[in-house]
Design a protein around this ligand. Structure first.
Ligand code: ZN
Length: 241
């Protein structure tokens, strides 16, 4: 069983474990990997568990923050063979090999992200990979945007899409109706990408986070909360360069 708790604009998903112990209290643990576990005595209703967890939201979110900055410190990218890199939510093992300038390439094959470049210098590899992610993002994100434009009845024309690297944001919608997406989004799972796109295109109709905005989002993407919670949990890692 899972329950969602909220704090400000943030949502977090908690795994509920029923404990057979005689203790009658609901306990919450936040693990270093960001997992939240609720230990609930047998017989508690989902509502009781949800309410008890929600009351401790402030405590949970402060612990999540500490856990995620600790992870960020240990996750800094080095751009060397063996390191994990993400694409559409899957983790690939980086392999770096030298190649003549004209044969430089990036390929995804059986769990590996193979980069062939003229120099294995991490700065060179980083630049090459960043370009590759940008190209992939241009292709995948624009295809998903077209898909949603064709699917959502309130959109008549496809809005212009612009990729912009941002360190803390996945997307935005300008007052002129341009959708901005972070190219690093292509590292996230597909359902998270769709959530960001649908969120931003809903802003074409409702420019702020009003109740009408959330009605629109709920209507066309009823499970957006779990996609958002998943993306929030991955943000630190995916936005890390
Ligand atoms: Zn928004």
């Amino acid at each position: 069983m899972k329950v969602l708790i909220r704090y400000g604009d943030d949502t977090a998903q908690c795994d509920v474990q029923e404990s057979a112990s005689i203790a009658s209290k609901i306990r919450i643990h936040v693990y270093p990997n960001g997992r939240i576990e609720i230990e609930a005595p047998l017989g508690k209703s989902v509502n009781e568990i949800q309410n008890a967890a929600q009351k401790r939201a402030r405590w949970v979110f402060s612990h999540l923050k500490v856990a995620s900055s600790a992870r960020a410190l240990s996750l800094a990218r080095e751009y060397v063979s063996g390191e994990g890199h993400f694409y559409l939510g899957r983790r690939y093992k980086l392999t770096v090999s030298p190649a003549p300038m004209a044969q430089s390439s990036v390929k995804l094959t059986r769990g590996r992200l193979e980069v062939a470049v003229y120099s294995c210098d991490p700065a060179v590899v980083r630049r090459r990979l960043k370009n590759w992610y940008h190209e992939r993002a241009q292709d995948y994100l624009s295809r998903r945007l077209s898909h949603w434009v064709a699917t959502l009845p309130f959109l008549k024309v496809e809005p212009p899409l612009k990729l912009i690297s941002m360190s803390t944001q996945w997307g935005s919608c300008s007052p002129q109706g341009t959708i901005h997406l972070n190219p690093a989004l292509v590292k996230a799972p597909r359902q998270c990408i769709d959530y960001v796109i649908v969120h931003e295109v809903c802003h074409l109709v409702e420019h702020n986070h009003s109740r009408r905005f959330y009605h629109l989002l709920d209507r066309y993407m009823p499970d957006w909360r779990s996609a958002k919670a998943e993306l929030d949990g991955l943000a630190e890692m995916l936005l890390m360069e």
